[in-house]
Design a protein around this ligand. Structure first.
Ligand code: PMV
Length: 332
């Protein structure tokens, strides 16, 4: 039976989360130890348009037509069919499996979307460009996140380190602020090389990371106090630029202090939490060169930069301080 399988990795944001929603640069890298897989199998003889979705991880076994149109999985499928100009899809089963923890800032939603989009387009014999895949996944991200910057779908699609500046201005804000952001120009998506590999330990608080809420709260804070927030965003942007130089220049150890500074800015944006702060401190006390929350914040994951050989010590300290899961990932 014809079948097509596609995979997409998880991701972490190294620098610039939240500020990226307001036009500042951010850096994200794939995490290949975890991934989402979609396998689409044609059901020969099945009624055209009948699409079964099986997602054992979330106990789902449904017919696409029974899902709401704005259900993320349905939206990914509809995005592909609309983009290919199809009104009917041959009967098929889409099986989704993912080892990426959900709602923890590791890009699980984006990875599932990218895998579905690629697998379905592949089965239909019309593979899509990375740019198109990312654009379709971005539409689905809007359901998850409200006003996503687009960094998640980008890094997960390209599966490479990405330096990212959002294309369109944030929808909220004063007309003057919008004009200022527009004047900063078009977005930037650049994949770039890691001159010298480095290792990061990811620690999961085990608490959900409600990206939509934290992004919404930052927006409220920004609307109430634009100057304070614009200053924080600009500072995060400068850190991200310095981080890219350090990564491309082969000085990854310089990322440590930059991570600490970025975490302080995120605390001031009020998106950290006692649990995240505890893990960040535990990692630093265990010898991490730097540590910060990663992603939407409040819950979800933090990341710590290791020195040569201390990933195990940092991992032990994180578990000791309440991390429910750790992943050690080599960025190269
Ligand atoms: O999906 P998360 O939790 O990694 O967060 C995405 C990063 C934010 O900057 C907070 C939001 C966005 O859309 O860029």
């Amino acid at each position: 039976m014809p079948a097509f399988t596609a995979r997409a990795p998880g991701k972490i944001i190294l620098f610039g989360e939240h500020a990226v929603v307001y036009g500042q640069p951010a850096i994200a890298v794939p995490v290949t130890q975890v991934q989402a897989t979609a396998r689409v199998t044609a059901n020969i003889g099945g009624k055209s348009g009948t699409i079964d979705i099986q997602a054992p991880n979330i106990d789902m076994n449904a017919n696409l037509n029974d899902l709401r149109v704005d259900h993320a999985l349905a939206a990914a499928v509809h995005g592909v069919t609309a983009s290919l100009g199809l009104t009917r899809v041959p009967a098929c089963t889409i099986e989704i499996n993912s080892t990426i923890p959900v709602a923890s800032g590791l890009g699980s939603g984006a990875a599932v979307s990218v895998a579905i989009i690629r697998a379905l387009a592949g089965l239909l014999g019309q593979p899509l460009s990375d740019e198109k895949v990312s654009a379709l996944a971005y539409e689905v991200e809007k359901i998850h996140h409200g006003t996503p910057s687009g960094i998640d779908n980008t890094v997960v699609t390209y599966a490479k380190p990405v330096y990212f500046v959002k294309k369109s201005p944030s929808p909220a804000g004063t007309p003057q602020a919008r004009l200022r952001r527009e004047a900063r120009g078009e977005g930037i998506i650049e994949t770039f090389n890691i001159a010298k590999p480095f290792t990061v330990v990811i620690g999961d608080t085990g608490l959900p990371s409600p990206t939509k809420e934290s992004v919404g709260d930052v927006r409220k804070g920004w609307q109430a106090n634009p100057e304070k927030y614009e200053t924080l965003f600009a500072a995060a942007g400068s850190i991200t630029k310095a981080a890219r130089q350090a990564i491309e220049g082969g000085f990854p150890e310089r990322l440590g202090p930059l991570m600490n500074e970025n975490h302080e800015l995120l605390q001031e944006m009020d998106v950290s939490s006692p649990e995240l702060d505890l893990l960040v401190k535990a990692a630093s006390d265990a010898g991490a060169l730097g540590a910060k929350l990663s992603g939407g914040g409040r819950g979800g994951n933090m990341i710590a930069l290791t020195s040569e050989n201390n990933a195990d010590e940092i991992t032990a300290a994180l578990i000791q301080s309440g991390a429910v899961r750790t992943i050690t990932t080599r960025i190269e």
